[in-house]
Design a protein around this ligand. Structure first.
Ligand code: PDD
Length: 283
């Protein structure tokens, strides 16, 4: 089955899908995006992702390209046309096409593109069984990391540094020495007393939908969590570390900056939370 992309109202072959050279997303990174996981034909956290998409557009004073109901239909059509039962939807909305000039264009229409790709549940399960390593890097991003903007250069540079160091992810660290989040994931630790800690939502991090869904699951399972910033030292000496995102779900971390976490294997709390999250997605 050949891949199909959605571009401004048209379903087109993926390898021909294109936007105009003067699309403001291309020229200014003047756009927002969402990545939505699909498990067994179900869109996971759909309401949360669409709420966040609209919030991102509102914060950037960007016009919606279409209403929510037709957008939901397009997502399902893109999945159907690509035969994706397990995978990810990517959608990007920009301020549209206009002659290059910094102020908002007066009558440009927002652009929207959408793609879907398959992912392998088996591969993800294997990575979760083994755990991954992360490095820490300075957080050099702007002051509105709560907006899911396509302007991702600092994230890309940090992720590249991770890759060059044989790591899966880079956790970014603010000027006070506290971890903000990964380049495309939220960061969590379990301290030596067994307390679960993740940074509170603010302009310094993206309020992850996986993070929010997991927080709800924790509450319904009576598992306590501290919403506070944690230092690099706390990260290095944690009993367990894990990360969350739409593409990684709950992913145990077994090494940070070359230091082994716990016994170098995914910890029991991380494993338990991953199981709880997988149950939630599969049911
Ligand atoms: N990234 N923090 C950042 C900076 C992110 O880009 C993401 C998501 C997250 C986790 O959010 P969520 O649980 O809603 O996926 C945290 C997506 C997956 C990406 O850029 O591919």
């Amino acid at each position: 089955m050949s891949r199909i992309a959605y571009v401004n109202g048209q379903y087109v072959p993926h390898n021909e899908a294109a936007v105009h050279v003067e699309d403001r997303g291309y020229q200014f990174a003047d756009g927002v995006y969402e990545v939505i996981p699909v498990v067994g034909n179900k869109l996971i956290g759909e309401v949360g992702h669409l709420d966040r998409l609209w919030r991102s557009m509102d914060e950037l004073k960007m016009a919606e390209p279409m209403k929510r109901a037709p957008l939901k239909l397009v997502m399902r059509e893109v999945l159907r046309r690509n035969g994706v039962e397990n995978g990810l939807i990517y959608m990007q909305i920009t301020r549209g096409v206009a002659p290059r000039d910094h102020p908002f264009p007066v009558d440009a229409m927002s652009s929207i593109v959408m793609t879907a790709k398959k992912t392998s549940p088996e591969k993800a399960a294997k990575k979760a069984e083994q755990g991954v390593s992360v490095i820490t890097v300075p957080d050099i991003r702007w002051g509105r990391c709560d907006i899911k903007s396509v302007a991702l250069l600092p994230n890309i540079l940090a992720k590249q540094e991770a890759v060059e160091n044989g790591a899966y992810e880079a956790f970014q660290v603010d000027a006070d020495g506290f971890v903000t989040e990964g380049t495309s994931t939220n960061a969590w630790i379990v301290d030596q007393d067994g307390t679960l800690i993740t940074r509170a939502a603010s302009n310094s991090i993206l309020s992850g939908i996986t993070r929010a869904d997991l927080l709800e699951l924790l509450e319904s399972n009576n598992i306590k969590v501290e919403l506070r910033s944690f230092s690099v030292d706390e990260l290095h000496t944690a009993r367990e570390v894990f990360l969350t995102s739409s593409s990684s779900y709950v992913q145990p971390v077994v090494e940070v900056d070359g230091k082994v976490i716990g016994n170098g294997k995914p910890g029991s709390i991380s494993n338990n939370l991953r199981e709880i999250f997988m149950d939630y997605m599969n049911n």
